[in-house]
Design a protein around this ligand. Structure first.
Ligand SMILES: [Fe+2]
Ligand SMILES: [Fe+2]
Length: 446
């Protein structure tokens, strides 16, 4: 094929030259199209966190297999060198404009607390670059996780993700309102941006890809609320967790269990979900620590205390939390920072549960009232995430902002608490990002 003809004049040939350059670029690019390596790769759990992990990945091209090759040593992406190989399942989301395929490959029979190197893909489309993961240790070792919610795809998202990854957490929990796609299929680009951010930023300094544990929020559900998983297609079909059910639990070693709850978005607080929570907490009573993660706060720091979602949560869950001495409730949805007093029976009680919130891991911080509510120790307009260290003997919590500064530490005798207090007092008040005042329980953009 003759791509370039002799030039007759500059006036005639310049457009033709541009055209020919474009043709060249297309030809140069075309071999790459058949090597369409996965668009995204990310880690979730469907089962035991010590011996399994699920590699989720997506391809824009059709695929005939879903493969992960892995090993306890790096093989630098040379497929034939990996000792282990597992295949999984793949599916599409009906109506998704680009027709992409979502692959779920669960690795099983892994050793707890071990490092594995892996690549995902298939021989026709290509594989990801090699990544590294670590399974959760199965004993009483100290573990670390981060929790936050209300992320979105704004400018604070990636700086906050990077700060979270710098802490070398074993995993990260998102308490709902993830990409703010509203389960509208045409919004798939928002999920792409959020997943791009996670893939790039949620890698620890030691090179571990951080697994995600996701709870559902109102922005994962079409219309903000629904009673069927078909109203939260991205949440259920992008992430291999618990298929078609919006509440579940995960155990991490021998020290703690996390209950991921649905604050009324797909499943009502009470009824089946409350009964399940009560039974699970009873079964798990020998674990020293129990954490609940859910979207709408029982003790909100921005919306009204009498808001519908908060009242429903307190009615359905507080008796269960109190009965089983829940350690901590991680709350979100209000886009502020808050730490409560210890609460039991909806009163201050030194033997009660701690509530931390309120979901501001990327979204702009709302303006809180200058007057603390009866249950609050602190409430402020600060974008942040919570860092949680769990050992056999105690749990420590640190709130960290976009600049990587720890501005709140609990309990007060934990390392760095006094310094954090100075940081907290020195932080300038943020510019008003949401002028709505007063807040209402009908505030739909949470
Ligand atoms: Fe939100
Ligand atoms: Fe929300």
């Amino acid at each position: 094929m003759k791509l370039f003809r002799p030039a007759k004049s500059m006036k005639q040939t310049f457009p033709a030259l541009i055209h020919q350059v474009l043709i060249c670029l297309v030809l140069l690019w075309s071999p790459c199209l058949s090597q369409a390596a996965p668009r995204h790769v990310y880690l979730t759990w469907q089962h035991d966190t010590g011996t399994t992990i699920t590699v989720n990945y997506q391809t824009l091209e059709e695929a005939e297999t879903s493969e992960v090759h892995f090993d306890t040593e790096s093989r630098n992406g040379k497929i034939g060198d990996y000792k282990f190989h597992t295949t999984g399942t793949r599916h599409k989301i009906e109506g998704l404009p680009d027709g992409r395929t979502i692959h779920w490959v669960e690795l099983t029979q892994l050793k707890p607390g071990k490092t594995y190197y892996f690549v995902a893909g298939d021989s026709k489309n290509g594989f990801t670059t090699e990544r590294k993961l670590q399974t959760i240790p199965d004993g009483t070792q100290k573990l670390r996780f981060v929790d936050g919610g209300d992320m979105g795809t704004g400018p604070a998202l990636q700086p906050l993700m990077r700060q979270a990854a710098l802490q070398e957490p074993n995993f990260a929990v998102v308490g709902g309102d993830i990409a703010y796609a509203g389960d509208v299929l045409a919004n798939f680009g928002l999920w792409d941006r959020w997943l791009d951010g996670w893939e790039q930023c949620m890698v620890t300094p030691k090179g571990f890809t951080i697994p995600m544990v996701l709870a559902i929020g109102n922005h994962e559900v079409r219309g903000g609320a629904g009673h069927s998983p078909t109203n939260a297609v991205f949440y259920f079909r992008y992430f291999a967790q618990v298929h078609d059910r919006s509440f579940y639990s995960r155990k991490f070693g021998e020290n703690f269990v996390i209950y991921l709850l649905d604050s009324g978005h797909i499943t009502p607080h009470g009824g089946e979900q409350a009964a399940w929570l009560d039974a699970e907490l009873e079964t798990d009573r020998n674990f020293p620590y129990h954490f609940a993660v859910y979207h709408v706060p029982l003790y909100p720091a921005y919306r009204p205390f009498e808001g519908g979602g908060s009242v429903a949560g307190r009615n359905a869950w507080l008796p269960i939390f109190d009965k089983h001495h829940l350690t901590t409730g991680f709350e979100h949805h209000d886009h502020v920072f808050t730490r409560t007093k210890l609460l039991r029976n909806n009163q201050i009680d030194p033997q009660g549960t701690l509530y931390l919130g309120d979901g501001c891991w990327g979204q702009g911080a709302r303006k809180v009232s200058d007057v603390l509510r009866w249950y609050e120790v602190k409430a402020a307009s600060i974008q942040h995430f919570w860092l949680v260290d769990v050992s056999r003997s105690r749990v420590e919590y640190r709130a960290i902002n976009k600049e990587g500064k720890t501005f709140d530490v609990y309990p007060p005798d934990a390392k760095g608490a006094a310094e954090a207090e100075k940081v907290y007092l020195s932080l300038p008040p943020p510019p008003p990002s949401n002028p709505k005042s007063p807040a209402t329980s009908e505030d739909k953009d949470g």
